[in-house]
Design a protein around this ligand. Structure first.
Ligand code: NI
Length: 397
């Protein structure tokens, strides 16, 4: 079947004004992870207005809607995250946050709007669609993660989802461009807690005590030695100890030291082997000093690994819409985390970087900055991109 020549950009433009209104409403009413009740209500209203069937609630505040094409075929999901951050917005504009201490500083207001825009466009193409599109709005990306509970509650089933598309506004990429990354795009995240138990006593007699501060500093060193000597230099691993608490005063050797930190890698296999290696390392130090320890490595998000084949397909689909010059191929993953990773563990898909840098428009701030804002002029265009990738996947793949 030859592709229908269609002006996809025009499709998005039709809804541009409406999308700005929708985005500003989300922006003015930010809600943090698992508290997205108003956001959820609004999403349902918008989806029903489009004429979509909204499915039963998932992950407490999550929203899922299904568009069934008139012809049979595969199912693709498009995902947005819903939550805001616990921070004060400092930028002064007419759509400033109306909730004190809450701000959409990570662009999730835009992410939801893109997906709603794609739903508006695709609904009009229902009669042509070979298969289904599932629109996933997921809570709590910034906190404990909404993706995993959504998957556990069956978001990728009924109908079974074959591929997934997502994206994030990206301050390093010029507005108007899309960056695709093949393979790892975001790192895994984990939290380390180490509690060292020594034996306290007079600072003048260290040989009669067991010094937890000495143990902690040796462990700090050895963890970094492990990064440089225990791991393939071509792999990426970051261990950062960011909290170290021990002792009260200058002449009493304390009983205890507590270290907290984070561990990140782009390699999910490397990640799973870390716990045992760190146990060994900590044990060797505490044994030597006659102390004991408690250690916990809490895995948060896996690395987000884009499927190379699906990424290539998405790249071609997007290039045909916005032109070769505006699709860039990124080679540098970010060491920040993203729970889109959980979907990609189950099915192929890609997580796009949506350009959001523009000096002229004052879009120079990083994510989570109190002055962060998104390029509203791109809303319709990104909706077109999402819609086209979904359409091409169902009708031309
Ligand atoms: Ni985010």
């Amino acid at each position: 079947m030859s592709p229908i020549m269609r002006d996809w950009l025009e499709k998005g433009k039709v809804f541009q004004e409406k999308l700005v209104v929708i985005r500003r409403d989300f922006h003015q009413h930010p809600e943090i992870g698992f508290e997205e009740k108003r956001t959820r209500k609004r999403l349902i209203e918008h989806l029903e207005a489009i004429g979509l069937i909204v499915q039963a609630p998932m992950a407490r505040t999550g929203v899922v809607a299904l568009l069934e094409g008139d012809k049979p075929g595969k199912t693709i999901a498009i995902r947005a995250d819903m939550d805001a951050l616990p921070m004060e917005e400092l930028a002064k504009h007419p759509y400033q946050s109306q909730s004190p201490g809450r701000m959409h500083a990570c662009g999730h207001d835009a992410h939801m709007t893109y997906v709603l825009g794609a739903a508006m466009i695709l609904k009009e193409l229902k009669s042509e669609l070979c298969g289904n599109v599932k629109f996933i709005f997921q809570p709590a990306e910034e906190t404990t993660g909404g993706a995993k509970p959504m998957i556990d509650e069956g978001v990728l089933e009924n109908p079974k989802v074959d591929a997934i598309l997502g994206g994030h506004v990206w301050p390093d990429v010029p507005s108007g461009n899309i960056e695709v990354v093949k393979g790892p795009v975001m790192a895994s995240t984990g939290q380390i807690n180490i509690e060292l138990q020594g034996k306290g006593g007079h600072a003048a007699s260290p040989h009669e005590n067991s010094d937890p501060i000495q143990m902690a500093t040796e462990i700090l060193q050895k963890l970094q030695n492990f990064v440089s000597r225990g791991v393939d230099p071509l792999e990426n691993l970051v261990i950062s100890i960011c909290s170290f608490h021990s002792g009260e005063t200058f002449n009493i050797m304390p009983e205890k030291a507590v270290l907290k930190g984070t561990v990140r890698t782009l390699n999910n296999e490397l990640r799973l082997g870390l716990e045992e290696k760190m146990h060994k390392l900590i044990k060797s130090v505490t044994d030597y000093h006659g102390g004991s320890y408690q250690f916990e490595l809490q895995h948060l998000y896996p690395a987000t690994v884009n499927d190379p084949e699906f990424t290539d397909f998405a790249k071609t689909s997007i290039r045909d819409l916005i032109g070769e010059d505006h699709v860039q191929v990124g080679t540098k993953p970010s060491m920040a985390g993203e729970d889109f990773a959980f979907y990609l563990e189950k099915i192929p898909g890609t997580f796009l970087r949506i350009g959001n840098y523009s000096k002229e428009k004052g879009l120079i701030y990083n994510l989570h900055n109190p002055y962060f804002d998104i390029d509203e002029e791109q809303l319709g265009k990104i909706a077109s991109i999402y819609a086209k990738v979904a359409y091409d996947f169902l009708n031309h793949q």
